[in-house]
Design a protein around this ligand. Structure first.
Ligand code: GKR
Ligand code: MG
Length: 446
């Protein structure tokens, strides 16, 4: 093995990034969200970057892997899974259980597994936690390898099939400001259909996004139906999506599908669990998409057998990296399932990784989700620019992003100075600042 490619050092930097008061079924986004930046430095002096969730449960898994990786080659990304498992700790023992989070309805999650408190990525399992950590190390290794070879990450994944990647506007009902204070932005509140249309107009104007996804599950379905109708009127013919994160019953989901069937590109996770999704799919022609009931390879066979979904949203973080995202795409191609892309609060390292892998997936025919426009801070420079709703795929070595060390240090300082309230994302706890009696609702809520 080329000595230059051997990992000499791994740096982990937990950070807190400002997040606006975006509403979802669990509650509201915290004023800051934890993320983890992984930096892998090779003997040849190349430094590779990765980004993933930064809650303490992920940090507990990342630290031993960071200690185990030096001495291994950045080419050995398949070996990361075994290395992570051997490095420990057992992820089921890492971190505290989700507090203040009601478990989903019976049959959705085994009793010993919690729901994902801030991510809404379906059932939170030990495996998914570890895969989300390994993915950042894989991305960092590929970035370092690409920089060493002078090749973009997409070339290491087999080559790009497109020069630009299309993203979708991610619309949220939201407050003007966080109830307990904290960073603000200039978007203002959006709490009704007119507010959502105004938000969409700004995304259209400033980013050129063609398709719009509305985060639902916040207000009663009639109000969210009205918001989608208003969008359809304001933007005739544009692709529209609605995602209540499993908040509705089968009956409610079918009623919404009937109301909006003529304007929806797809309905995302209307209800929780594969059986409920299958029951809805059997009663409507509106395509159902998910990032909640198919989130691991183990969940694929049941969903396919029950014909529960027509589109799966990939996400390189919890599917275990860029290579595994391509494996998921191959599976979707084989079984005629559509492929889209999921996003959670993230910065430019993740956005670059999403864009690099998306560029290699011929079967990705939907605009990808991204939270990125909601983020006012970043650790990469320069800030990526969307044109006509698209990002140009970088052909520069690695991910094609440069780390802004001052910005990273400032966001890490915020993490260090936090008294512990923000280090583990909990949207229900953030909602209790405004409404002390709030509990994340049991689903179905409506
Ligand atoms: O950030 O509020 C949010 C989203 O609801 C996010 O947590 C979800 O994971 O955007 C995601 C989704 O599509 O379900
Ligand atoms: Mg979703």
């Amino acid at each position: 093995m080329d000595a230059k490619l051997i990992v000499e050092e791994v740096r982990l930097t937990p950070i807190l990034i400002s997040d606006p008061p975006l509403l979802n079924v669990q509650g509201v986004h915290q004023p800051a969200t934890p993320r983890l930046v992984v930096e892998v430095v090779t003997a040849g002096g190349a430094s590779g970057l990765g980004e993933t969730y930064g809650d303490s449960v992920y940090l507990d898994l990342a630290r031993p892997l960071a200690e185990a990786l030096p001495g291994h080659s950045v080419t050995d990304v398949n070996g990361l899974f075994a290395l992570a498992a051997a490095a420990g700790p057992d992820p089921s023992s890492a971190g505290a259980p989700d507090e203040g989070i009601d478990r989903p309805a019976a049959g959705v999650a085994p009793r010993d597994e919690g729901v994902d408190a801030g991510g809404l990525r379906g059932v939170r399992t030990a495996d998914k936690l570890r895969l989300s950590v390994v993915s950042a190390f894989e991305t960092a290794c590929l970035d370092a390898l690409g920089k060493t070879l002078g090749l973009p990450v997409h070339a290491l994944l087999g080559g790009k099939v497109r020069d630009t990647v299309e993203y979708s506007a991610y619309l949220f009902h939201r407050w003007d400001a966080h109830p307990g204070g904290g960073p603000t932005d200039d978007w203002g509140a959006a709490l009704d259909p007119a507010g959502i249309v105004a938000q969409a107009r700004r995304f259209d104007r400033e980013y050129g996004f063609r398709s719009f996804k509305l985060k639902g599950g916040v207000f009663e379905p009639e109000r969210e139906i009205a918001a989608i109708r208003a969008l359809a009127e304001a933007f005739p013919g544009r692709p529209l999506r609605l995602d209540p994160n499993g908040a509705w019953s089968v009956e409610t989901s079918l009623a919404v599908a009937r109301e909006l069937g003529d304007v929806l590109e797809y309905l995302e996770d209307p209800a929780s669990g594969t059986d409920a999704m299958a029951a809805i799919a059997a009663g409507t022609d509106v395509p159902l998409a998910t990032n909640m009931c198919v989130t691991t390879f183990e969940e694929v066979p049941e969903a396919l057998a029950k014909e529960a979904v027509r589109i799966v949203l990939c996400d390189h973080h919890y599917w275990g990296g860029l290579h595994r995202t391509r494996e998921l795409a191959a599976l979707c191609r084989t079984y005629g399932i559509g492929l889209s892309m999921h996003s959670n609060t993230h910065l430019g390292i993740s956005l670059a990784a999403m864009t690099q892998v998306a560029a290699t997936l011929p079967e990705l025919r939907y605009a990808c989700d991204t939270h990125y426009p909601w983020q006012t801070e970043d650790v990469v420079t320069p800030r990526p620019v969307f044109r006509a709703g698209r990002l140009t795929v970088s052909d520069a070595p690695g991910l094609g992003v440069a780390l802004d060390r001052d910005a990273l240090a400032a966001l890490h300082r915020r993490w260090l100075e936090d008294d512990g309230t923000l280090r583990d994302r909990d949207d229900a706890a953030a909602m209790r600042v405004a409404d002390p009696g709030w509990r994340a609702p049991r689903v179905p809520r409506w």
